[in-house]
Design a protein around this ligand. Structure first.
Ligand code: SF4
Ligand code: SF4
Length: 470
């Protein structure tokens, strides 16, 4: 621990742990974490990384199982295609995600940050691992950075940053595959750069941003940029489970040795919990904005407790209330409220998804137009026809007049609806005059495609011809 960081921990309430009073960045060299929580996090991270990299390769009936094409407003969730017309479902899904994260935060603190946030997973499970592999543990990294630029140091730095750049490029491509689909990504990659200069530049910038975040900006994303981190103060309460230091058991802290008081608490002030912290804080000062719940301090302290033959859990998952009173209370009114809202939204989402049809139809008389005389003693009305195809198949729609002799003629547009697309057309409904019984009479139009009736639409037919009285 350097002088700056030591000073920083003593006035931790005044500024964040990785910035000096003068506003300079304090580079954090966290010790390599190890222990049962780290192993569990590594397993969770491996599963999530596999989902990130392999999901775009999974197809259902030739289409991606998941696609989040924000630019074209086309989404596929678990094989179900959602288009702009399903915007309400997408909004509900996003609200549900937000409430889910809020609920989790109320009950489990920042568990999201430490275990599932892409920032933490990429940083701690990919980039930091490569750094440990090439530059060694914290003290070796610190020594390397202070050392003069020898060929060995240049080699290590070039190797590390080259691997960082490759990883940033792979992550950028994986994220892009979620947005445009793996086929479009392959197609893009197979074309010469001169044909897609804009897209190539966008990819270089995106890769550069990812590289910058993990090579240099690191924990600053969590403490300075991430809005979720900054909302902790309003979401957490005394019953939220956080990474907590049991000050009742640990204080007064005292180093091991002959001067250690018999009244001393279990904390031996070894600072192992501080040395492993990737955000540079001392959790013994209490819950802080910077803590991303990475559990490294729990593992470090448990290892110390094992060595000094004290029970594990001096630092553990616990609420402030639990540390103070020894009682854990998860189901607080706030948590119950969030759970009810989340259950309702989830039920609504499942209901809407389950009852969602593969198409949407609308046939309405063109506004402001009266009936038109047609040869052969007939009258016509003009209709706007709109068909939304939510399937992955082409839909050649046909219209048929029911209950009454007459004719439907498409006068503009096309009723051949492409997959996940919308077709719009103008159609004339032409009826013999002797079939018109009233000024506005109901008619029914059957819409079918591929020999299957999709729906029967009800509309009305205006019997009044422009400029004529009946
Ligand atoms: S690792 Fe445990 S014993 Fe060591 S300083 Fe931290 S809390 Fe105290
Ligand atoms: S205080 Fe502990 S859990 Fe929080 S970021 Fe630091 S090491 Fe991770």
């Amino acid at each position: 621990m350097n002088k700056e960081t030591k000073k920083n921990t003593e006035d931790f309430r005044d500024h964040i742990a990785t910035v000096t009073e003068e506003g300079k960045r304090i580079w954090v060299y966290p010790k390599k974490p190890k222990g049962r929580y780290h192993r569990a996090r590594a397993i969770v991270a491996a599963i999530l990384l596999a989902i990130l990299f392999f999901t775009p390769l999974i197809k259902v009936n030739g289409h991606p199982i998941m696609l989040l094409d924000i630019l074209s407003r086309k989404f596929i969730l678990f094989g179900i295609a959602l288009g702009p017309q399903d915007f309400h479902l997408i909004v509900i899904f996003i609200i549900m995600l937000v409430i889910f994260v809020f609920l989790f935060t109320v009950v489990w603190g920042r568990l999201w940050c430490g275990w599932t946030c892409p920032q933490t997973i990429f940083m701690e499970m990919l980039f930091r691992k490569v750094e440990y592999l090439i530059e060694g543990d914290a003290h070796q990294q610190r020594a390397l950075n202070r050392a003069p630029w020898t060929p060995k140091k240049i080699f290590k730095k070039v190797l590390k940053h080259s691997i960082f750049a490759v990883m940033a490029f792979l992550i950028a491509n994986a994220l892009l595959a979620w947005v445009i689909g793996i086929d479009a990504l392959k197609e893009l990659a197979s074309r010469p750069i001169s044909e897609v200069p804009g897209k190539f530049t966008a990819m270089v910038i995106f890769t550069g941003v990812i590289y910058f975040f993990y090579a240099y900006f690191r924990e600053q994303v969590c403490t300075l940029i991430c809005p979720y981190g900054r909302l902790q103060g309003v979401m957490l309460d005394q019953n939220s489970i956080v990474i907590a230091y049991d000050y009742k058991r640990g204080e007064p802290r005292a180093k091991l040795g002959k001067n250690r008081d018999s009244q001393a608490g279990d904390c031996i002030d070894c600072r192992q919990c501080v040395d492993v912290c990737p955000t540079g804080i001392d959790i013994r000062n209490g819950t802080q904005l910077e803590c991303v719940n990475c559990t490294a301090c729990i593992d470090a302290c448990d290892a110390v407790m094992d060595k000094v033959k004290k029970p594990r859990g001096l630092i553990r998952f616990a609420s402030k209330e639990e540390i103070e009173t020894g009682k854990r209370k998860i189901f607080t009114p706030k948590a119950i409220g969030y759970s009810v809202v989340l259950t309702l939204l989830l039920s609504l989402f499942i209901f809407l998804l389950a009852t969602r049809s593969d198409f949407e139809l609308s046939i309405v008389r063109t506004a402001g137009l009266l009936a038109q005389e047609q040869p052969g003693n007939k009258i016509s009305n003009l209709y706007d026809v709109k068909i939304i195809n939510k399937t992955f198949k082409e839909m050649p729609a046909e219209l048929k007049l029911l209950d009454i002799p007459g004719e439907i003629r498409i006068v503009s547009g096309d009723l051949l609806v492409k997959p996940s697309d919308i077709a719009e057309a103008k159609a004339l409904v032409i009826l013999p005059k002797d079939q018109i019984k009233s000024i506005s009479m109901p008619i029914r139009i059957e819409v079918s495609a591929n020999g299957k009736v999709l729906d029967v639409m009800k509309t009305n037919f205006l019997g009044k011809v422009a400029g004529k009285r009946r």
